[in-house]
Write a protein that binds this ligand. Structure first.
Ligand SMILES: C[S@@+](CC[C@H](N)C(=O)[O-])C[C@H]1O[C@@H](n2cnc3c(N)ncnc32)[C@H](O)[C@@H]1O
Ligand SMILES: [Zn+2]
Length: 350
């Protein structure tokens, strides 16, 4: 059926590849009545070379059978599926961070962009607004939230996969970005390196990662050994019970002359207002703080990095025009894959 969305999806299939052997995939089974919004809703992909098969569930291909270590982040993004979404919150928070990190133009029509670790899709929204065709994946059930948030866009392909085994054709992307993800992977350097083969020559990659500081670790690293072992639902309940009263207490303390402000500063829940930049109500701000505490305390992995190490990975990956600076989320880094492969000069033997 030329011209339908279904055909568009099948065209996108050319960009996918078997994560086991790299061969092409084809649709092996499509459930009766399993098409919705012109997309295959339930079915199966099959490798054309090896025995691997991959289910399509709720319109998204699945290349992993579970959330693995990222289940708490899946829970988090399905619970807080709108709170950081610019189009829902009517602010520019994600947009600002996207452009500060990538430095890319606002129009990317005709380009193919890959987003690794999309969460609930705050940056998917921004990437789609450039006019690019966006492939967006996450290891966790967070993709369900991204699907709800961004599936009305024609050029989005959301799937569940791991950064360590990306089911795509090599050198198929003009741009790749990975924001807020690398520190949550068990092997951070390997996670970054896994992205490089998918960038075309002359393409650009941008990533951010938490910065590691010398000296006494921030408070969250003292609490994490206990908190990250809790079920995310339990931790969420604890935070829902404690953060709103602490917020009210902090607010009351600020009103006490002389010592009030100093005592309030001891309550580690951050500022009580982001005005004039962000005009949150108190109730929204309490939710922001619950999300931020869950995000700090529950992920199985949190491995901040040193600037010099991040630079070394970019160099080892053979990228050029490397720019590394401190930004929204710690270290912001970007680079470009050279148009021609690096030449290996053999030294004359005399
Ligand atoms: C803190 S969230 C950030 C999500 C989104 N980029 C954002 O900034 O809102 C980190 C995300 O990385 C995902 N993630 C962790 N390990 C991953 C892996 N191996 N492959 C793909 N995604 C992964 C998690 O599931 C989670 O959604
Ligand atoms: Zn295969």
């Amino acid at each position: 059926m030329p011209g339908t969305h279904l055909e568009m999806d099948l065209k996108a299939l050319d960009v996918f590849a078997c994560p086991e052997c790299g061969a092409e995939l084809r649709v092996a089974r499509r459930e009766e009545g399993g098409s919705q919004n012109g997309k295959i809703k339930e079915g199966q992909l099959r490798c054309t070379q090896c025995p691997a098969t991959f289910p399509i569930l709720r319109s998204m291909p699945r290349f992993v059978s579970s959330d693995e270590y990222a289940a708490s982040l899946g829970y988090q993004w399905n619970q807080f599926d709108k709170l950081q979404l610019d189009k829902f919150m009517r602010n520019d928070l994600s947009r600002e961070r996207f452009y500060a990190t990538t430095g890319w133009p606002e129009h990317l029509e005709g380009q193919r962009v890959l987003e690794a670790g999309c969460g609930m899709g705050r940056f998917t929204q921004i990437a789609l607004e450039t006019g690019a065709e966006v492939f967006s994946f996450d290891l966790s059930s967070a993709i369900e939230a991204n699907f709800k948030n961004n599936t009305d866009a024609a050029k989005v392909h959301i799937f569940q996969a791991s950064i360590y085994k990306i089911p795509l054709r090599r050198e198929a992307f003009d741009k790749i970005f990975c924001m807020g993800v690398l520190q949550h992977c068990p092997n951070v350097k390997q996670a970054f390196m896994s992205l490089i083969p998918f960038l075309r020559r002359g393409g650009e990659i941008a990533a951010d990662v938490y910065q590691r500081h010398e000296g006494v670790p921030p408070l969250k690293y003292w609490a994490r050994p206990f908190a990250r072992r809790m079920q995310p639902q339990t931790l969420h309940t604890v935070l829902r019970w404690t953060i709103p009263p602490l917020f009210e207490l902090k607010k009351a303390l600020y009103k006490i002359p002389v010592a009030g402000e100093a005592i309030a500063a001891l309550i580690p829940i951050g500022p009580l207002s982001h005005k004039p930049k962000l005009d949150y109500t108190d109730e929204e701000l309490k939710e922001v703080k619950i999300l931020s505490a869950l995000d700090m305390l529950s992920p199985a992995h949190d491995h901040p990095q040193r600037i010099e190490d991040v630079r070394a990975w970019f160099e080892e990956a053979g990228l050029e025009g490397i720019q590394i600076k401190l930004g929204f989320n710690g270290i912001n880094a970007k680079g470009k894959k050279p148009i021609s492969p690096p030449e290996h000069h053999s030294r004359p033997n005399h």
